[in-house]
Ligand binder design. Structure first.
Ligand SMILES: NC(=O)c1ccc[n+]([C@@H]2O[C@H](COP(=O)([O-])OP(=O)(O)OC[C@H]3O[C@@H](n4cnc5c(N)ncnc54)[C@H](OP(=O)(O)O)[C@@H]3O)[C@@H](O)[C@H]2O)c1
Length: 244
């Protein structure tokens, strides 16, 4: 089975790719950082293929689709996981370029990728789109408007996908994660530089769980055991959600 994972160069995506390869899946690991992807590929050379992809660049997405068509033939599962931590600040100070960049990386790039990879899934009458979301989709978090707006869009987009794909045997689910990765740290540091230090203080007091504690839900949904589950939003590590 072929699994395409975006945001594979570090954090949750990196950990998920390693676990998928160890479990016998073939993985297309996509992100911008070539060196990190090559390191990942070197661990499982027969199971992981590194693919450079910049989701904020339409031509890079088109190249990735061409790569899949020529090199892999079928993608059975697409994990839309990549996200940028850019775009932190008071709403009245965020310019439209920032909004566009965050929208491309965190939402519209994934919409593009999904549209193209879905065609094969629909034809084969099976497949899974697994979108990685956030609690920021459900409630406003200070100075993170572009991030939250795009996660809310991704969450609703997943419901729309599940609704329209049901008759074709293709599933769509959303997972949330809570993990000690660059992204929450980047957000907290940027907020602190704007004078809002609460997130950074909370991160220092309550260390977030490692990415490895967040992968089990994704592995389950990708596995045959998850094949009857669609249209769901589930948190991967709800033990820490209240603290966070
Ligand atoms: N960590 C948490 O507690 C938490 C909480 C809620 C939701 N999430 C979500 O979980 C997912 C994974 O995040 P993470 O915590 O693992 O963050 P991370 O460690 O910062 O990883 C982000 C990944 O996205 C990739 N990326 C960033 N910009 C990109 C672009 N323009 N094109 C392609 N790839 C790009 C990065 O790779 P390159 O820089 O190499 O491109 C990297 O692999 C994200 O969707 C995030 O919103 C995380």
């Amino acid at each position: 089975m072929n699994v395409f994972v975006t945001g594979a160069s570090r954090g949750f995506g990196y950990t998920l790719c390693r676990a998928l390869a160890a479990a016998g899946y073939h993985v297309i690991a996509a992100a911008r950082s070539k060196d990190r992807l090559e390191l990942l590929q070197s661990e499982y050379p027969s199971r992981i293929v590194a693919l450079q992809l910049d989701l904020s660049d339409a031509s890079s997405i088109a190249d990735a689709i061409r790569f899949v068509e020529t090199e892999c033939k079928a993608v059975d599962v697409l994990v839309n996981n990549a996200a940028t931590a850019e775009g932190v600040g008071p709403i009245w100070e965020l310019d439209s370029e920032t909004w566009h960049r965050v929208m491309m990386t965190n939402f519209l790039g994934h919409v593009e990728l999904t549209r193209d990879l879905l065609k094969g899934m629909i034809a084969r009458r099976s497949g899974l789109i697994l979108n990685v979301c956030s609690l920021a989709a459900n409630k406003p978090l200070k100075y993170l408007a572009p991030y939250g707006v795009n996660k809310a869009a991704l969450k609703h987009y997943t419901l729309c996908l599940a609704h329209e794909l049901h008759e074709f045997g293709v599933r769509a689910n959303t997972i949330g994660i809570t993990a000690d990765t660059d992204l929450p740290r980047d957000h907290a540091v940027q907020k602190a530089s704007l004078g809002y230090t609460q997130s950074l203080e909370r991160l220092k007091m309550h260390k977030l769980p490692p990415a490895s504690e967040n992968i089990h839900l994704a592995l389950f949904l990708i596995s045959p055991a998850g094949r009857y589950i669609t249209s769901q939003y589930i948190e991967s590590h709800s033990m820490v959600v209240r603290t966070w």
